[in-house]
Design a protein around this ligand. Structure first.
Ligand SMILES: Nc1ncnc2c1ncn2[C@@H]1O[C@H](COP(=O)(O)OP(=O)(O)OP(=O)(O)O)[C@@H](O)[C@H]1O
Ligand SMILES: [Mg+2]
Length: 305
């Protein structure tokens, strides 16, 4: 199911929590929502799930507004503050959620079993939710979001509180689900968004400041190419000076004299010319690494103001 967010806005008092944002997500796509604390991620997700109302704009699913259409059974939502019933045992809670979401009576037990397995809840399934550790509560939250096998999953920081093993499993699960469904997730873990998402949306102070794949964001952020080299065969200063004369080179710097490392910044990819120059000069090259702009740097650039 396709989601279309159009000119969405939400104001709390004097503050624009969501300030005229538009984007769309298609079936089979996993969209990663990034942004500093208070950027408006949770507010946007709450509006998409019809948990709160917008002030302006609209969110449409398959062309129908979420505020008038009934999409409850199509959407699975893991809220940021997972409102779990402390006194309920895990199994009873999942049964309650399944019934609430309209899972057919004949399928409820099977769905609960599947979710228990999928979210690694077997050892804790008879405990009361109030007795669970933070990570297990998060797993129960994920299980309730997916219990009715919805077409759309909105996950607000799904891996927060999970141990590293479970993080890997949940990421794999989200990727698998994302092949046939529509997923929006928020996270503060930048490598996670690269590992899991097809597309990244960076939001800052309620506005979208970037929308694209990690690769396109990198290309937009930096037009310069950095290449790291490890070279021997002559004095490093001489090597640096000669490489610095290659057309397109903006700077050539010695990074480490002891390990013969030089870093070259150029306005386009000149790897081939560097290599030929080295061979012609009879130097020895043991390392040549193109350095990618880090997602962290892009994030900081776009959101630190
Ligand atoms: N119910 C509310 N009343 C008043 N202000 C609110 C309310 N909900 C959110 N806000 C404000 O709206 C802004 C956006 O909050 P939101 O929770 O959407 O941010 P976020 O991007 O999810 O941040 P975080 O990364 O910390 O989860 C914040 O400044 C927040 O204080
Ligand atoms: Mg939030």
């Amino acid at each position: 199911m396709n989601i279309e967010v159009k000119n969405l806005a939400k104001t709390y008092g004097p503050q624009k929590a969501v300030d005229d944002i538009s984007f769309s997500v298609k079936t089979g796509e996993i969209l990663g929502f990034l942004g500093p604390n208070g950027a408006g991620k949770t507010t946007t997700m709450k509006i998409i799930t019809n948990f709160i109302d917008k002030d302006n704009g609209d969110v449409q699913i398959q062309g129908d507004s979420v505020s008038t259409g009934n999409f409850k059974k199509n959407i699975g939502y893991l809220p940021e503050h997972n409102p779990l019933y402390e006194d309920m045992p895990v199994m009873d809670y999942l049964q309650y959620c399944a019934e609430l979401q309209g899972v057919a009576k004949s399928k409820v037990d099977q769905r609960i079993r599947e979710m228990i397995k999928l979210c690694g809840l077997n050892a804790e399934k008879h405990k009361k939710i109030g007795e669970l550790s933070k990570g297990y509560r998060q797993r129960v939250g994920l299980a309730q979001a997916m219990i009715h096998d919805p077409e759309i999953l909105i996950l607000d920081e799904p891996t927060t509180g999970l141990d590293p093993n479970q993080i890997v499993e949940i990421r794999e699960l989200i990727k698998r689900i994302g092949r046939s469904k529509t997923v929006i997730l928020s996270t503060h873990i930048l490598p996670e968004v690269e590992a899991t998402c097809d597309r990244i949306l960076i939001i800052n102070k309620g506005k979208i400041v970037a929308d694209g794949t990690a690769d396109t964001l990198r290309k937009q952020a930096s037009s310069n190419v950095i290449t790291r080299l490890q070279i021997s065969g002559a004095a490093l200063n001489d090597i640096r000076n000669k490489l610095g004369l290659i057309p397109g080179v903006k700077s050539a710097q010695i990074m480490d004299l002891d390990s013969n490392r030089i870093e070259i910044e150029s306005d386009h990819n000149i790897a081939e010319v560097i290599f030929r120059t080295i061979v012609k000069s009879n130097w020895v090259i043991t390392e040549m690494i193109p350095v990618e702009t880090k997602l962290e740097d892009i994030f900081r650039d776009l959101t630190l103001n």
